[in-house]
Design a protein around this ligand. Structure first.
Ligand SMILES: [Zn+2]
Length: 475
């Protein structure tokens, strides 16, 4: 009774079991697929944000370029004005020189004239003195007395006065000339003053233009610095975009792999269920046959006994045949597929092995001048660096900040590990690596001061400044 019930239960559940198996398998697989889909959509969102930021940076850069152009125009205009002012200054300086020369010339002429006037004055004074005192060579009285006639006298007197008068006239003319020269000198000196004033104004204008020009040049420098900063930010964003794109591809592949694995599992489960069903049908048929045979044997025996006409009373000693009603234990436990897929990162510790030997020279978190998004392991150059867990290399190249750097994505853990400042890399992007496989060697490349490994851990794919504390994940 017990055995038959076991058999019937087994038979009854066989079909249901196959279904159940498929069901649980699907549920597990779906949760993993869902997780991958979640990761992919996360990355997709990150990428679209990063691309948005890149567009923003492009906008900023073109804005700065416009500003640079307009400032350059202004500088050009200012420089033209400065050149013009310089030209004007030169002209004024030449005019000033000319005017100064003119003044010098006038002064010389005045001096010359003064001397001549002085000489003539002297002559005139001498003559007057001679006439007045001893009459000189010709005494006036002699002139008068010496006259032969009145006519002669008149002639003589007029000759003297004519002589004196002529001298006086020349003297007056020279005096007038000198006054005119002095007036001219005054005029030219006034012109010089006005020229000097204009020159001063031009110099002030030039100084002002120069100051403006200097200001614009400072502005240009600031704009260039701004542009460089924005371009660096853009480069960093582009790096993020590139890494995210690679990770998206890897996750797509992981999803395809997972789908294939599910299909294969379902196929196997179906096959197993069918095989089991066949086996059970066979067992059932066999059991029925045996029961039939038993019944026939029994009937024959009974007939025989009747024939013997109950000469002897038979005690039926025959126990129920244990007709090897196969107990069908076949406890095909659903193979716990991908048992290492447990959500390890939730608990934290112990999923990653140490990537290198050495001294922990800097921990995760705040440190002077910002946040340290990883840990530093210091050791001699050339010390080997190993993959902290198995996964796929999502990046292997050189960056100005990380130096030689390798990213490894661990799909089973949904973690990304980063190994920076390496002296050399020994893996390439897209390569599968196993835990403990050598990735490179400790070095001092990029923004590094001393040989060390900078190690980062990211939840999911790598993200800018997204490193979490690796200590919670290391063994
Ligand atoms: Zn570091």
């Amino acid at each position: 009774m017990k055995k038959s019930s076991v058999l019937s239960v087994t038979l009854a559940t066989t079909l249901a079991f196959g279904g159940l198996f498929t069901f649980t398998g699907k549920a597990q697989a779906n949760s993993k697929l869902n997780e991958l889909e979640q990761q992919q959509s996360d990355i997709h969102n990150k990428r679209s944000n990063v691309n948005k930021s890149i567009n923003q940076k492009d906008g900023e850069i073109s804005n700065i370029l416009n500003q640079q152009n307009s400032v350059e125009d202004e500088i050009e205009k200012l420089e033209a004005k400065m050149a013009d002012t310089d030209q004007k200054i030169k002209e004024k300086e030449k005019q000033i020189d000319d005017t100064k020369a003119e003044i010098e010339k006038l002064k010389a002429e005045i001096k010359d004239l003064k001397e001549r006037i002085e000489k003539r004055n002297e002559v005139l004074r001498d003559r007057a003195r001679n006439i007045q005192q001893n009459g000189g060579s010709v005494k006036f009285i002699d002139v008068v007395l010496g006259a032969n006639s009145f006519g002669d006298l008149v002639d003589r007197v007029s000759a003297v006065s004519t002589l004196v008068g002529a001298d006086k006239q020349i003297l007056d003319e020279q005096q007038a000339d000198m006054e005119k020269l002095e007036a001219d000198q005054k005029k030219v000196e006034e012109k010089l003053d006005s020229l000097n004033k204009m020159l001063e104004e031009l110099e002030v204008l030039k100084a002002d233009l120069k100051a403006q020009n200097e200001e614009k040049k400072v502005l240009m420098k600031e704009l260039a610095a701004q542009k460089k900063h924005v371009e660096n930010e853009k480069m960093s964003l582009e790096e993020q975009e590139r890494v995210l794109k690679e990770q998206e591809a890897i996750i797509s592949k992981a999803m395809a792999d997972e789908k294939a694995r599910i299909a294969e599992e379902e196929r196997k489960a179906k096959e197993a269920a069918e095989a089991e069903k066949r086996a059970q049908q066979e067992a059932q048929a066999k059991a029925q046959e045996q029961a039939k045979a038993q019944e026939q044997a029994k009937a024959q025996e009974q007939a025989k006994a009747q024939e013997q006409n109950q000469a002897q009373t038979q005690t039926q000693t025959q126990s129920e045949k244990s007709t090897s009603a196969k107990s069908q234990t076949s406890g095909s436990t659903p193979s716990t597929n991908s048992s290492n897929d447990a959500n390890l990162n939730a608990g934290g510790s112990g999923v990653l092995s140490w990537p290198a030997s050495g001294r922990l020279s800097s921990g995760y978190g705040g440190r002077s001048g910002g946040t340290h998004f990883g840990i530093d392991i210091a050791n001699a150059a050339g010390t080997p660096i190993y993959a902290a867990a198995s996964g796929v290399v999502t990046r292997s190249d050189y960056s100005s900040s990380y130096g030689n750097v390798v990213y490894v994505f661990h799909p089973q853990l949904n973690l990304t590990t980063v190994y920076a400042h390496m002296s050399a890399r020994s893996v390439s992007s897209g390569q599968n690596v196993s835990e403990g496989q050598k990735l490179g060697e400790i070095g001092n490349t990029g923004e590094s001061f001393g040989n060390h490994l900078h190690f980062e851990v990211h939840n999911g794919p790598w993200s800018y400044h997204g490193g979490v504390n690796p200590m919670g994940y290391l063994k």
